[in-house]
Ligand binder design. Structure first.
Ligand SMILES: [Zn+2]
Ligand SMILES: [Zn+2]
Length: 240
């Protein structure tokens, strides 16, 4: 059965277009401090003359601005998936470029060791003056308890509560780690307990943003986007 989802490209464009060149992301690269994304070559060139994020004016590292860039593979994959032939065309362009300079074709770009950088971004949810996010596109979420759970925690029964208010609006740049921080706080979960956030039966890793989840798992579906949370089962707790 054909399960192709028809996607209106106009709707998705704002998420996958570089604000510096107006084209689809090529080598999507994110500033770790504010999570704005650009083409790698666009942002590297830009930061040579200016030390602020082009989108939010956040000051990036004074002496080594490139330290704060990391490749955004997920977003790039989305672009390649959505825009057929972009990848092939880009590969061809690179080959031509390398040939014209007499360089060997590098079939595996990015083999250089990349530092896995954790965004230092402080959570908008815990931070009421998260001014960096104020003008962001917002997304409506429903944070639903996966199921009532009880675990043994230091000899006591710990019950997973449901949120009083499960609907929330947040910036599309909020990460799963931010949501988890909010859940820990609102549900008074001890910090040594692990929780999982799930969308569409997929467990989400901490560094994934709402934008990525939306584009990967929720595009074309009805809002709010539903995320589930639950205690993670570990060897020293038994979930019932
Ligand atoms: Zn660009
Ligand atoms: Zn920014």
């Amino acid at each position: 059965m054909d399960e192709t989802i028809k996607i209106c490209i106009q709707e998705i464009n704002p998420h996958v277009v570089c604000s510096l060149c107006g084209g689809y992301f090529i080598d999507a690269t994110t500033i770790t401090e504010c999570l704005h994304t650009f083409c790698k070559s666009c942002i590297v060139k830009y930061l040579m003359s200016c030390k602020h994020c082009p989108q939010c004016q956040l000051k990036v590292h004074e002496t080594h601005p490139l330290f704060l860039l990391r490749p955004d593979r997920t977003l790039q994959d989305i672009v390649y998936k959505l825009i057929p032939n972009l990848f092939e065309n880009e590969e061809l362009r690179r080959e031509e470029f390398n040939k014209s300079r007499g360089m060997a074709v590098d079939k595996k770009p990015g083999t250089k060791k990349e530092e896995p950088t954790v965004p230092k971004l402080s959570s908008i949810i815990n931070n009421p003056d998260g001014h960096l996010y104020r003008n962001d596109e917002q997304i409506c979420l429903c944070l639903e308890r996966y199921r009532p759970q009880r675990i043994m925690h230091h000899g006591k029964v710990l019950t997973l509560r449901a949120l009083d208010r499960k609907f929330l609006r947040c910036s599309i740049r909020v990460l799963v780690s931010h949501l988890k921080a909010m859940l820990f706080k609102k549900l008074a979960i001890p910090s040594d307990v692990q929780i999982e956030v799930i969308c569409d039966r997929e467990m989400l890793s901490d560094e994934v943003s709402m934008k990525q989840i939306f584009l990967m798992n929720w595009f074309g579906k009805e809002t709010p986007m539903v995320l589930y949370y639950r205690f993670r089962e570990t060897s020293d707790n038994s979930v019932t």
